[in-house]
Design a protein around this ligand. Sequence first.
Ligand code: CNA
Length: 280
Amino acid sequence: FDDSVTPRTLAKRTASAVADYIRSGHVSKVVFMVGAGVSTSAGVPDFRSPGTGLYANLAKLNLPYPEAVFDLGFFHKNPKPFFTLAKELYPGEIRPTVAHSFMKLLCDKGLVSQIFTQNIDCLERVAGIPSHLITEAHGSFATHSCTKCKADYPDDLMKENIEKLEIPHCNTPRCNGVVKPDIVFFGESLPTRFFQHMTKVAEADLVIIMGTSLQVMPFAALPQQAKEETPRVLINLERVGGIGSRRDDVLMLDDCDSGVRRLAKYLGWLDDLEELWAKT
Ligand code: CNA
């Protein structure tokens, strides 16, 4: 990169330079973009990690192809595989991870403008992050509705259905449609909130991407919306989405919890982070 043409935002492409930038007082609009990798240390499997990912373990469900579990057309023919998987992913007594607490810490410090999550486990909410800062791009298990008449379905009933592996049916008289949690399937549009808050990416002064393979569109296109001079930090086990191609991209190829602890240490906020996580 030719620094003589345009000055760079970060002094170096390192985690400590990111911390210096955050502490400079010029950062107040951090945007997080996260995926299943922020929750794996809580015991929630991701999709694509070889061997441990859910897609590797879907053979027992007799699917024509792994992604069919989230395909609306397939769901209408056979909803059972989805509900089998839902039982594994259903939010329960799972404790958020250090990576979730790091996001909460930055929110508490007034530095975050939006957190875009692909996760459906609701752990951002459980970590105490205020809902106006969370965009659940692929929906969540928080609400449920009928696939036919769209009527709402009570959460306690859905919980019971999923525990017993029963297919939930709509309570509306004469409807009897199959009910599903309001998570976004392939072929369904994303919540309007996602599109409403997308502008926050272009306005961001720092983007932190964690625990995602950046393979699902349109979420995967979010990092490109950041301005050229906005530093993008990737904390992930592997390099993804072409991050690293811009002058101020920083690659932290590590697990999310170690990565955020390292950043917090450089920021001088490690004790705050551990204290916050201990309380979660
Ligand atoms: P993915 O495609 O499974 O990718 C996960 C990425 O995270 C991969 O690049 C891994 O290498 C990386 N990774 C895994 N563990 C760690 C870790 N501890 N630290 C750092 N990196 C790690 O998952 P995406 O989120 O990218 O895919 C989008 C799908 C996954 C969304 O539609 C979600 O709904 C869906 N999903 C969500 C959950 C959840 O809610 N927790 C779980 C599984 C899948």
